[in-house]
Design a protein around this ligand. Structure first.
Ligand code: 6GU
Length: 287
């Protein structure tokens, strides 16, 4: 068995302690902002922010639309830590680097992780601008052996063979629907299965058809790796996808997936997405 290509428990502990020494906030909620959805981080009050490049062991994010800051603060009075910008397989990082922040979250004391992403809609009932609450995922890189939990397992984080049938917390899904209904968002709130691919190329038409047949409602390039590591170390997970474009499913279509459209739709719905998440944070119960 190969050693974990990523980081030792001690290295994660050192990074968490480095952060804890500089902030008074003790977050119970950790948030990861998807492409074009970094505005959530700007909502935090009493911010203490770190550029990724200044945090020991942290990778840096290279994508347009991702800022690269770890922001501590309060959202509706609740202590949070927020990744403004995340790491992706397509940037060429080893998968353990992509998920390192989840272990830092854990060692900071985070109990609940909220992740957002931009995704392409495969479900034909979905429209651009819909917000999909994840009920489950398809981990395609995992099928090919690319799983962040591969390698030596450190029991201080979690068990060798973690369960994933409860990856997306049911109570948090219900809370999202309740809060969404109160905000008047029911018309564009969905629940579905997210499929992760490595990217950076978007899918071919045949690939979209295959993924749809396999039960995926939306397709993207993030979130699942982080959920695997967050669940491994016992944090509750909630994730939502902003459907920024319809994945191209037929040969007659003139549509072409592109990053600009992803960012544009992000801007259109960002405010509602931020309001949904912040009102959820206000009502999340911690033991
Ligand atoms: Cl269509 N595909 C993938 N893989 N990621 C996306 C997307 C599509 N739209 C936004 N992100």
């Amino acid at each position: 068995e190969e050693g974990n290509a990523g980081y030792s428990y001690e290295e994660c502990r050192a990074t968490a302690d480095w952060l804890l020494a500089q902030v008074d906030i003790r977050p119970l909620v950790g948030i990861v902002c998807g492409s074009g959805l970094g505005g959530l981080a700007e909502m935090l009050k009493d911010q203490v922010a770190f550029n990724y490049k200044d945090i020991p062991s942290f990778p840096q994010s290279t994508v347009h639309g991702h800022a690269g800051r770890l922001v501590f603060g309060t959202l509706k009075g609740r202590a949070c830590v927020c990744m403004q910008g995340r790491f992706h397989l397509y940037e060429g990082y080893p998968i353990q680097k992509i998920t390192l922040p989840m272990r830092i979250f854990k060692l900071l004391g985070v109990e609940t992780v909220i992740l957002t992403n931009a995704a392409g809609g495969l479900n034909q009932d979905y429209r651009v601008g819909d917000i999909m609450i994840l009920k489950d995922h398809l981990n395609m890189p995992g099928f090919a052996g690319n799983n962040p939990l591969a390698g030596l397992n450190d029991e201080r984080f979690g068990v060798r063979f973690p369960c994933m049938s409860d990856a997306y917390d049911r109570d948090l899904q219900q809370l999202a629907f309740d809060v969404g209904a109160e905000l008047g968002y029911s018309d564009f709130l969905r629940k579905g299965v997210y499929c992760v691919l490595g990217g950076p190329s978007f899918e071919t038409i045949a690939e979209c058809r295959m993924l749809h047949t396999l039960g995926a409602d939306a397709v993207g390039m993030s979130t699942v790796h982080e959920v695997l590591v967050a669940r491994h170390c016992g944090m509750r997970c909630f994730a939502l996808s902003l459907i920024t474009n319809q994945a191209v499913m037929d040969y007659e279509s003139e549509e072409k997936a592109n990053h600009e459209e992803v960012l544009e739709t992000g801007k259109l719905r960002a405010e509602q997405l931020e309001r949904l998440v912040s009102n959820m944070v206000l009502r999340i119960q911690h033991n």
